[in-house]
Design a protein around this ligand. Structure first.
Ligand code: GLU
Length: 464
């Protein structure tokens, strides 16, 4: 068994393309087959080397490990020309000398008459001069074209409705139909899984496989991915490329897991599972026909679940690109990562939350709402001073001892612990929400925590 992922390098790797790549990979892994990566860059104007590199880098980041390739179609142009001549020689394809202008005029006339235009096939009967500009067309015969789709079952198309399509353009470059079939034959592809926007191309490909006397592979047309507006996923409703999710701080395992669930489910309500699990369960024939909906909120949730389960060691390399100035080694960051991974949905959020440890102690910006809510009462200064003294004499300074010290002060002052905890959180982080505040205090250390508390006490008159 051999599958392939065959992107056209016209832009970033779309999440739909990423899912196609993943489904190909999983089916290959499940059945002990291999997967080939083929870059379909024959459309020279729209294809760019940098897009190909970008797609490859996104696939690597995502952990889609192909076994063979990348093969570039632009390296194989002679092969397509050679094979199309075989079809001309056997009468299955012919040279067409109609000019673009002639065909355009025909099309306009048909449109005016309210009819759909079809190429008449008149060059089938013409013996032209191959030295003159021409394209090569496939001679489509009438009759029903049937093929089996692993997802949609038996599919039929009427040959009469298919024009004699172009295989080789007048500039001698192959069309997609020619190059894809020549390659699938040469590369011994047994299963073609691709987006169902290609469904209407498949009967043409079936005809070509037969014309070349080759076995027709199995097909699987993957359902469309819709955005939250139930329309085809597009920029309107959010990010569409794997790269954008990477920049947002999604970890590759989470995106991989999330994409496997677009049109497939392992059953038993399983949502979070490893690649190895999915490679054991997946089969193209289990993919749904119905379109799948891409829910960005669910992706964020899933990413948060991944972060929670990952160790600081696992998170650290992914986090590095998000860190600004400040310490970067795993040893510096281990405790902080462990603390903040529990309450962040993205790597970017972790990095933002971490900033509180790296600002100067006298440069904390206080959240205005928190100030309004919790910085009040004439005796607040005295209470915080008592807290400061209690923490100063806490030894050792750990989560349990610092919490006990705060609770004791609250009791002595006859207030609830919350009346001290909120101002302490403001002093240490500037915010109204953070990981458990005594954990934060321990990460900061006794000295810096005290300095921050003192800073708040000094700024109280200006805040109140
Ligand atoms: N190159 C085509 C695309 O990017 C896919 C071709 C195929 O899988 O057959 O849409």
């Amino acid at each position: 068994m051999k599958l392939r992922f065959a992107p056209s390098p016209t832009g970033f790797l779309h999440v739909g393309g990423a899912r196609t790549a993943i489904f190909n990979l999983l089916h290959a892994r499940r059945h002990g087959g291999t997967m080939l990566l083929r870059i379909e860059d024959t459309d020279v104007e729209r294809s760019r080397q940098r897009h190909a590199e970008q797609i490859i880098s996104s696939l690597q980041w995502l952990g889609v490990e192909w076994d063979e390739g990348p093969v570039y179609q632009s390296d194989r142009l002679e092969r397509y020309r050679e094979r199309v001549e075989e079809l001309v020689a056997s009468g299955k394809a012919y040279r067409c000398y109609c000019t673009v202008e002639e065909l355009e005029a025909e099309r306009a006339a048909a449109e005016k008459a309210g009819k759909q235009w079809h190429y008449s096939g008149r060059c089938r009967a013409i013996e032209g001069d191959p030295g003159e500009p021409h394209v090569i067309r496939f001679a489509v015969s009438s009759g029903t074209i049937e093929f089996h789709d692993l997802i949609r079952g038996d599919v039929q198309f009427e040959g009469d409705l298919i024009d004699d399509f172009v295989l080789l353009r007048s500039d001698r470059n192959p069309t997609y139909h020619l190059s894809v079939v020549v390659d699938d034959i040469d590369m011994e592809i047994t299963h073609v899984a691709r987006g169902d926007d290609h469904l209407s191309n498949t009967p043409k490909h079936v005809l070509l496989f037969r014309a070349f006397g080759a076995a027709v592979p199995s097909f699987a047309h993957l359902p469309l991915i819709l955005g939250s507006d139930k329309k085809r996923l597009s920029k309107r409703t959010g990010a569409t490329s794997a790269e954008e999710y990477r920049e947002m701080g999604i970890v590759p395992d989470a995106l991989f897991n999330f994409l496997t669930l677009l049109g497939w489910s392992p059953g038993e309500n399983r949502e979070i599972f490893t690649r190895d699990d999915s490679a054991q369960w997946f089969d193209l024939s289990h993919v749904n026909k119905a379109p799948a909906v891409f829910d960005p909120e669910k992706l964020l949730w899933m990413n948060g679940q991944y972060l929670m389960r990952m160790s600081a060691e696992q998170i650290h390399p992914h986090l590095l690109p998000f860190l600004g100035d400040g310490p970067k080694t795993l040893d510096d960051l281990r405790t902080i990562i462990d603390l903040h991974k529990m309450r962040a949905r993205t790597l970017r959020e972790i990095a933002e939350q971490m900033a509180i440890y790296f600002v100067d102690d006298d440069a904390i910006g206080y959240d205005a709402d928190v100030v309004k809510q919790h910085i009040k009462g004439d005796d607040l200064g005295a209470r915080l001073a008592a807290l400061h003294d209690a923490l100063a004499s806490t030894e050792p300074f750990d989560v349990a001892t610092s919490e006990a010290a705060l609770r004791k002060v609250a009791e002595e002052q006859g207030v609830s612990a919350a009346k001290l905890i909120h101002p302490l959180r403001l002093a240490l982080t500037g915010k109204g929400a953070s990981p458990p505040i005594f954990d934060v205090a321990v990460v900061l250390g006794k000295e810096r925590s005290l300095r921050r508390l003192k800073e708040l006490i000094e700024r109280l008159p200006a805040l109140g």
